[in-house]
Design a protein around this ligand. Structure first.
Ligand SMILES: Nc1nc2c(ncn2[C@@H]2O[C@H](COP(=O)(O)O[C@H]3[C@@H](O)[C@H](n4cnc5c(=O)[nH]c(N)nc54)O[C@@H]3COP(=O)(O)O)[C@@H](O)[C@H]2O)c(=O)[nH]1
Length: 798
């Protein structure tokens, strides 16, 4: 280990010497100030200590007069008085002034003077002690010792002066004892030396204490300067403003920034009180100043008391933080603190709070607020209330065709109209997208809510004039009554949602009320909708094929592609159930495109030589992009168009005839055949047939089912076949289950049949296998001779 150990005493001695050296010789300003502090005390005390010294000298001269020559005593007294006069003169020169800096020479002068005084008091012992009788000897010894102690105490702050005084006196006393003939002289000299040593240690300790105190005072002063510099910097750079008030609440040490902030002239501020100014500025209705006053009265530090004030520049929020300050005697002397302008912070908080409860686009309440209000409405004991869930009809079309800014404007317009019908106690909110909700409290009767819902439907039916466009939306509304239709917020929303679904399913632009039956079927529908969105991605859809058999040749010439949905928990879901859901939600476009692609792929690779008929919903075919999609799928699988048939239903022609017919022509131009499905179930079938030349008519299975039992069905089938013959269209009868139906259809010249009698829908590979084995399979047996009554009704008229 290579470090040296120093004893604490040595370290302290070293430190002391450094301090004293600095005191005696230091030339810097701080040393000057330290010396001045010490000399100020000594100068203040010196008239009294010197006076005391002179009085003692007079008493001593009086006591020694019988034993010492008059001249000697007079000389001693003159020296005493001269030394005292010099001290007084020095003190007199400093009168009325505060000594702030003292050069080292002043300290050296003080040390010289202390040595001189010590010499004065050593003289009686040195000159007269040995020749005196015992009694005056005792007097001189005692006075000398007392003066040693008194002088050292008086000069203790200036250690070198005290030490030089003490040393001179000690030497004088020791000399006197040495010269005396006292038997105890040696003992007395030893004790005197010990006494002087103790005094010396006391002086050193006192001097060190004092110089340490001076140092820390100086450090505190330096830090104070730094702090005030920092404060000034803080004042200039930050948005916070410092203030200080006295115990009467009036300002002290005002800054220009404070005056500017408080909108008062700076020179007036010292006469004003903080609370008074804040009261005059306080915004009506705010209680901030009262809270602040309360904090001031309590007399404890406080933070961030917010006061709202109205200034020339507008409304501002100030956050006030302060702590009490005390005067030199520790009494409560006022307050010191900062005012921070927190307006921006407040405004952003307020904006966030607004966004947390309101919809920023429409200004209506948001989903959270609607849920909060519903939570109150479903609480046990609450009065009857109604929840109206609204969904705009065809809003998506407006958004898609005119852009989101027009869509947003429509939503704002809708919100405005809704608001016009609301009572003060009603809550109208936007749940998101084009969904709105209204909570009606304190219903007098259910009819009140239903009547309002009807009025809203009528109001929203009127077109909106936006950006020179006249846009119609319409609204569907589902109504649930609380607490009957839900004892939780989620249940209430689900009930109103189910009613809304029913309103949309029933043709939109109408109001439906929740019923428990609705619950079961709509819940199933909602589940299907939710699950169907993922079905394609999860590979849950498959395509099966049902063969169509030519009745003349008894060969399989074509097959119908039928989509199947195998859901992991719902099981096998019929297309009759999920295709309408897909059509309502727009999912049919993706699902239809996928079925088409799969059918083309199978037609090319698994079922070559079979024409595949694919069902297409009205929504698919109406889209302008459909024809291009068809073209690109055919080219992707390199399938010749003649192997594809698109089956459409009459509903397509009923909804939008012109664009549908246009698309059908385009499909036909591609070379793809078109079949009309479910023929005979629509209203104006014949009119449509004249407008578009279909390749095939499919006779609906409803007629086939009743073919043997009702003459109406037979009449319809006969007419369809006749019509198809005239128009040159193929015919296929679907839903053939019985041999008798087959016999009848063959008899009347139907071209093909499809039905369970031949085969159920099956995977492509199974159908391919069936086709391979077909020749070897027997044709279903005939049901025997047909009754003449049936045959006569079926006979085609020329
Ligand atoms: N837009 C699309 N619609 C599709 C698609 N796939 C099917 N569908 C349509 O869904 C409806 C129900 O179809 P599905 O449950 O597959 O029923 C078909 C046959 O299984 C059934 N069928 C056939 N033979 C018989 C029979 O002898 N008896 C009997 N009770 N039913 C039988 O008929 C349905 C076929 O009908 P159709 O399409 O009218 O020829 C149905 O409307 C499908 O069209 C698709 O991909 N897209």
């Amino acid at each position: 280990m290579a470090f040296s150990r120093r004893s604490p005493v040595r370290v302290r001695a070293r430190q002391w010497l450094q301090d004293q050296r600095r005191l005696l010789l230091g030339c810097d300003a701080q040393s000057d100030q330290m010396r001045a502090r010490i000399l100020r005390v000594l100068i203040r005390l010196s008239p009294w200590t010197l006076a005391a010294s002179l009085v003692v000298a007079l008493v001593m001269a009086q006591v020694l007069r019988p034993y010492v020559g008059m001249e000697s005593l007079l000389v001693w007294m003159v020296i005493q008085m001269a030394v005292c006069a010099a001290g007084w003169l020095a003190a007199w020169r400093q009168r009325g002034r505060v000594l702030r800096a003292a050069p080292a020479a002043m300290v050296r002068g003080a040390i010289a003077q202390a040595s001189l005084l010590g010499l004065c008091w050593a003289l009686p012992a040195v000159l007269w002690f040995s020749d005196l009788p015992h009694e005056p000897q005792l007097f001189v010894g005692l006075i000398t010792v007392c003066m040693m102690a008194g002088g050292v105490v008086g000069l203790a702050l200036l250690a070198p002066a005290a030490l030089s005084f003490l040393v001179v006196m000690l030497l004088g006393a020791q000399w006197a004892l040495w010269k005396s003939s006292l038997a105890l002289a040696l003992h007395l000299a030893a004790l005197n030396a010990l006494f002087a040593a103790v005094l010396m240690l006391g002086v050193l300790a006192a001097a060190q204490l004092f110089s340490r105190r001076l140092m820390s005072e100086r450090e505190a002063a330096r830090q104070g300067e730094v702090v005030s510099l920092l404060l000034r910097d803080f004042e200039e750079s930050s948005s916070d403003v410092l203030w200080e008030i006295d115990r009467h609440g009036r300002f002290v040490q005002v800054s220009r920034r404070l005056a500017t902030l408080l909108e008062r002239p700076i020179e007036r501020l010292p006469q004003l009180s903080l609370v008074q100014i804040l009261q005059s500025l306080q915004q009506e209705g705010s209680r901030g100043v009262e809270r602040l006053q309360h904090c001031l009265n309590r007399g404890e530090p406080f933070r961030d008391q917010v006061v709202r004030v109205r200034l020339a520049s507008g409304i501002r929020w100030w956050s006030i933080t302060a702590k009490p300050v005390s005067d030199e005697r520790g009494r409560a002397g006022g307050w010191r603190g900062v005012i921070a302008d927190v307006t921006a912070e407040r405004q952003s908080h307020q904006h966030l709070a607004y966004l947390a409860h309101f919809d920023s686009l429409t200004g209506l309440s948001n989903r959270v607020s609607v849920r909060n209000r519903l939570a109150q409405a479903v609480e046990p004991g609450s009065r009857r209330s109604a929840l109206l869930c609204l969904d705009l009809d065809h809003f998506k079309t407006i958004n898609d065709s005119h852009g989101h800014s027009v869509g947003d404007a429509v939503l704002q317009e809708v919100a405005k109209r809704l608001r016009a019908y609301m009572r003060k106690s009603d809550l109208c909110g936007r749940l998101g997208g084009d969904e709105f909700a209204i909570v009606l409290d304190d219903l007098r009767s259910d009819d009140e809510a239903l009547a309002l819902a009807e009025r809203l439907v009528a109001a929203l039916r009127l077109p909106h004039e936006i950006q020179n466009l006249s846009l119609s939306t319409g609204v569907s509304i589902g109504v649930a009554f609380l607490p009957d239709h839900g004892d939780s917020v989620d249940e209430a929303l689900a009930s109103a949602d189910l009613a809304l679904y029913a309103a949309k399913a029933a043709g939109r632009g109408r109001v439906e009320c929740f019923t428990s039956e609705l619950g079961t079927s709509q819940r199933r529908r909602m589940t299907l909708e939710r699950e169907l969105r993922e079905a394609l991605a999860r590979n849950e859809l498959v395509v099966h094929y049902q063969p169509q058999v030519d009745l003349q040749t008894w060969t399989i010439r074509s097959a119908e592609a039928l989509v199947r949905w195998n859901h992991p928990t719902l099981g096998s879901v019929s297309p009759g159930e999920f295709i309408p859901v897909a059509e309502d939600t727009g999912l049919i476009n993706n699902i239809g495109a996928w079925v088409l692609a799969k059918a083309c792929s199978d037609a090319k690779h698994v079922l070559p030589g079979l024409r595949i008929a694919v069902n297409a919903s009205a929504a698919q075919v109406q889209r302008a992009a459909f024809v291009n999609e068809l073209r690109s799928i055919l080219s992707r699988y390199q399938l010749s168009p003649e192997w594809l048939e698109v089956e459409i239903t009459e509903s397509l022609l009923m909804e939008d005839v012109n664009s549908a017919v246009e698309n059908l022509h385009a499909i036909k131009e591609l070379g793809v055949r078109i079949a009309l499905d479910d023929f005979g179930t629509g209203y104006s079938s014949l009119a449509y047939l004249r407008r578009f030349p279909f390749d095939k008519l499919k006779i609906d299975r409803a007629f086939i089912r009743e073919l043997m039992t009702t003459s109406d069905a037979r009449a319809i089938v006969r007419t369809i076949l006749q019509l198809a013959g005239v128009l040159g269209m193929d015919t296929v009868a679907e839903g053939v289950e019985e041999p008798a139906q087959l016999d009848v259809l063959a008899h009347v010249g139907c071209h093909a049949i499809q039905g369970f009698l031949v085969a159920r829908p099956m995977p492509a590979e199974e159908l391919a296998d069936l086709c391979r084995r077909w020749e070897s399979l027997p044709r279903p047996e005939s049901a025997g001779n047909l009754p003449e009554s049936v045959l006569s009704e079926l006979r085609l008229r020329p």
